[in-house]
Design a protein around this ligand. Structure first.
Ligand SMILES: Nc1nc2c(ncn2[C@@H]2O[C@H](COP(=O)(O)OP(=O)(O)OP(=O)(O)O)[C@@H](O)[C@H]2O)c(=O)[nH]1
Ligand SMILES: [Mg+2]
Ligand SMILES: [Zn+2]
Length: 292
């Protein structure tokens, strides 16, 4: 029988099968030899061992459309990346790292700033425009005040979307606002631990509507760009694309080169200083890394 992995905990996989039931399965050793670990979101083949207890074996992973490392999920159509306006304050470098990774993987990303109830209007407007000008769709939401939900529903419609972002930004709170059947635990960040007390520890696929799934995931606090040369980095900043071919030098890295169209756009405020500075920071980081 076929099914989809909706959750994985301590060697057990919970599989939503064709018959509408959820089976608890173990993956037999076969995956070790292919070096392929089952991921939440995987479409799989199972054999039922106990119909009453809903237990089975996971025997095969069907070909993936894609897979992400962080969060670890397979077969997603898009990423919905959430940062909070406050508690915790947004870390833009982390957001930009995430967006670059999605550009690299070819997974479309939507940016969401949650807890808008805690922010001033000017701050919201500034961030909205900063990321919208890069070509991303931006949502300003509040799980607390239930704002922005219709817009989010529209984005999710008919797709499988992974929700990503740091701990405590409201990923599970928004997930809970969008449907009633599965209520994820949510909780305040403990100031001491810098982690939520009811923090999400396992990714989980949650049905929202017909053909519409959300994957709630644990928060992350750091991301490292890997498998990338510093010269490539510019290709993952969508707002630079418009100026491609307009720099004086072919292969311009938009750093020190004279006659650079990107730097000119930066001066004209067509490109955001925040994003450009992150570009420079990440460029240096990648260059440093290559020395070791
Ligand atoms: N003021 C305000 N608080 C919110 C909002 N959304 C969530 N919170 C609060 O923020 C805290 C963290 O929310 P969660 O939904 O657990 O955060 P999370 O992103 O799922 O965190 P992890 O599971 O640890 O990754 C909770 O105390 C929520 O009540 C919001 O829009 N406004
Ligand atoms: Mg959570
Ligand atoms: Zn240039």
């Amino acid at each position: 029988m076929r099914g989809k992995i909706i959750k994985g905990i301590a060697g057990f996989y919970y599989i939503y099968a064709e018959d509408g039931e959820i089976y608890e399965c173990k993956a037999k050793g076969i995956f070790r030899k292919d070096n392929q670990k089952p991921l939440v979101g995987d479409n799989v083949e199972i054999t039922v061992l106990d119909e009453k207890e809903k237990e089975g074996n996971l025997t095969d992973i069907l070909p993936r459309k894609n897979s992400l490392i962080r969060p670890a999920v397979a077969n997603v159509d898009q990423a919905f990346v959430i940062f909070a306006m406050e508690d915790p304050k947004p870390n833009f470098m982390l957001l930009d790292r995430f967006l670059i990774m999605m550009e690299q993987e070819g997974v479309p990303a939507v940016v969401c700033f949650n807890k808008k109830d805690l922010a001033a209007e000017e701050e919201l407007e500034y961030l909205y425009h900063t990321y919208q000008n890069c070509g991303y769709q931006v949502i300003l939401s509040s799980a607390l005040k239930e704002e922005g939900l219709d817009e989010i529903r529209e984005i999710l419609k008919g797709k499988t979307t992974v929700v990503a972002g740091p701990s405590g930004v409201g990923k599970s709170s928004l997930t809970n606002c969008l449907q009633e059947d599965i209520q994820m635990e949510t909780g305040e960040i403990s100031r001491k631990l810098k982690r939520g007390r009811h923090t999400t520890r396992h990714s989980q696929v949650i049905p929202i509507a017909e053909d519409t799934y959300l994957v709630d995931t644990p928060g992350f606090s750091s991301l490292y760009l890997t498998e990338m040369e510093e010269q490539e980095l510019k290709d993952y900043f969508p707002e630079f694309r418009k100026f491609e071919g307009q720099c004086r030098f072919q292969g311009c890295r938009h750093i020190h080169e004279p006659g650079c169209a990107v730097k000119e756009a930066l001066e004209n405020h067509e490109i955001s200083t925040l994003r450009y500075e992150d570009y420079l920071g990440l460029y240096e980081e990648l260059k440093e890394k290559r020395r070791y």
